[in-house]
Write a protein that binds this ligand. Structure first.
Ligand SMILES: Cc1cc2nc3c(=O)[nH]c(=O)nc-3n(C[C@H](O)[C@H](O)[C@H](O)COP(=O)(O)OP(=O)(O)OC[C@H]3O[C@@H](n4cnc5c(N)ncnc54)[C@H](O)[C@@H]3O)c2cc1C
Length: 512
């Protein structure tokens, strides 16, 4: 066996998985067909619970340059309708404007620090597997070669060669006729509202920043990111053509959608700058995420509209879910069926993204019926509970993995804890950077330590106190920071020790 795990694709999700595996003591090899990092910019930011998840690996700090914990966003948008999130008690929506090429750069740096081998210019061309391993055929700079590995992960994007080589279907829909044009531009300073940061379009009126703006003819977005101002316009029933995209083409599109001219010029600064036309779109979900020793990750398993920016929230959390399970399989302590829970846990998350991106696409389409539907939705969104429901769905905070246990936190992401330990006050997000399973014991007598006997090699114990209200007295955390078990008892009884041992066994295998 040459490798324990080989990953095809050094996109964000493949790199994230490589980091997770390394943290768990497995050194993967990453194959990437491109020679260098791509200059193409896709995502302009991270949206949802993934921001907290990255904080829990120390990556939020690297991306934001701030040691402060992330804060929820006071506003967001659903299907081009504003969501007033500031009024929610427990706002689950986090956001971080950062270009995808920067995310990839930070993840690659981290992967290299952790000892991951990234082979650039190496393209996966063939795959076969037997009971013991997988043989990958690779076209490298010095010719073709074979690599044998125990497990293989296809993180090779929406057109995944891995998925095709495994014969895994990718059912769904292709929507033709929509054309989205976007570019970095400079907008005359006098058009920018100094208070709201919005755009005063001459002859049309104010358009708030970052909020998708629908008209009867299409969708307009003005997004003044710190890295450059983006204007994006989507139209329907169009043929984008195949001539190179230009700023004049974008100007024409703005005129059709807003009915007026928007004066703008080419972008300033070093770039990379976006000038892009995308025609049509796919919404597809792989028939299965696993074929024996081969697994699919990120866009290889699911593609959908980029509306609302859910792609990396989904894909990076797929990687956090898969990493520790795959490592457990390699280390030999994975309980039976653990690897299958990757799909049973992440498919519903993907299905939800497919659902809400399609719903949003319907809500931004042209036509008087859609205008009426939007009026109704706008009324519904005045109800705080509806806003909360949508925010939880878009942020992925409504995901609850189907784990045994009755505590309301079981199967959910861990709450943000601030713990008083023997060495001082610490945020939970600082304790989870090593990606080790944690038993956090806040009971007055630190009564639970004994439950870890026989698993101390796999699970760390944190005994602490907290002055936060309404928290459980003990939490068992998986490496992906989902709660495997929790208790509210100050003095856990024998039954609770039993349920803890059951949770330990089903997540982290038998004691030894
Ligand atoms: C226009 C647009 C805007 C978007 N905006 C957002 C946003 O704002 N927020 C958000 O969260 N998401 C957004 N997304 C989605 C996000 O970009 C994707 O979800 C993300 O790139 C998926 O990452 P990945 O690692 O799964 O795949 P990819 O990023 O596609 O990476 C796959 C990698 O595999 C490599 N590869 C392919 N085939 C092979 C092979 N045979 N051998 C070796 N290597 C191979 C590729 O070169 C590539 O580097 C947007 C997408 C688009 C198209």
């Amino acid at each position: 066996m040459t490798a324990d795990v080989v990953i095809a694709g050094a996109g964000p999700n493949g790199l994230m998985l490589a980091c997770e595996l390394s943290l768990a003591g497995v050194r993967p090899i990453v194959l990437e067909r491109l020679n260098g990092q791509t200059k193409e910019n896709r995502a302009n930011g991270l949206v949802g619970q993934v921001v907290r998840a990255l904080d829990r690996r120390g990556l939020y700090e690297r991306l934001s340059g701030s040691a402060e914990p992330p804060r929820p966003s006071p506003a967001f948008v659903f299907g081009a309708m504003p969501l007033d999130l500031g009024r929610l008690d427990d706002n689950p929506m986090y956001g971080m404007p950062v270009p995808q090429h920067r995310i990839e750069q930070v993840l690659e740096e981290r992967a290299l620090e952790l000892g991951v081998e990234i082979r650039r210019g190496h393209e996966l061309t063939g795959l076969s597997q037997d009971e013991d391993g997988v043989d990958a055929e690779i076209a490298g700079p010095e010719g073709s070669y074979r690599l044998r590995t125990r497990q293989f992960v296809g993180a090779d994007g929406g057109r995944s060669v891995t998925r095709k080589l495994c014969g895994i279907g990718f059912p769904g829909v292709t929507r033709d006729g929509s054309v989205s044009r976007g570019a970095h531009v400079t907008v005359p300073a006098e058009l920018i509202d100094p208070v709201t940061g919005g755009l005063n379009v001459p002859g049309y009126g104010p358009i708030p920043p970052f909020m998708h703006h629908r008209t009867d003819h299409g969708l307009f977005v003005y997004a003044p990111f710190p890295t450059g101002t983006l204007v994006n316009v989507t139209e329907w029933n169009q043929d984008g053509g195949d001539q190179p995209m230009s700023l004049d083409e974008l100007r024409d599109s703005v005129r059709r959608v807003l009915g007026v001219d928007l004066p703008f010029g080419p972008p300033e600064g070093p770039g990379p700058h976006q000038l892009r036309r995308l025609s049509g779109g796919n919404t597809r979900l792989a028939e299965r995420f696993r074929d024996g020793r081969v697994l699919l990750l990120g866009d290889a398993a699911h593609v959908h509209s980029a509306i609302g920016g859910p792609g990396l929230n989904l894909g990076l959390q797929d990687a956090l879910n898969l990493g520790w399970k795959l490592a457990a399989q390699i280390h030999g302590w994975a309980p039976p069926g653990l690897l299958d829970t990757y799909e049973t846990e992440r498919r519903p998350a993907a299905e939800r993204v497919v659902m809400h991106t399609q719903a949003q696409s319907a809500l931004i389409a042209p036509g008087p019926e859609v205008t009426a539907l939007r009026a109704l939705f706008t009324e519904l969104l005045r109800d705080e509970r509806t806003t909360k429901h949508i925010a939880e769905m878009m942020s992925g905070a409504d995901i609850r993995y189907d784990l045994e246990g009755t505590h309301p936190l079981t199967g959910r992401p861990a709450p943000d804890l601030v713990l008083e330990t023997a060495t001082g006050s610490v945020r939970l997000a600082e304790l989870t950077r090593t990606a080790r399973p944690l038993l956090i014991d806040l009971t007055p007598d630190a009564a639970l330590a004994g439950a870890l006997d026989g698993r101390r090699d796999r699970v760390d114990l944190v005994t602490a106190k907290t002055s936060q209200d309404g928290l459980p007295t003990a939490v068992l955390l998986r490496p992906d920071c989902y709660v495997a078990w929790a208790s509210d008892s100050l003095r856990p009884d024998a039954k609770e020790h039993d349920t803890l041992r059951t949770a330990l066994a089903s997540a982290f295998g038998p004691a030894r």
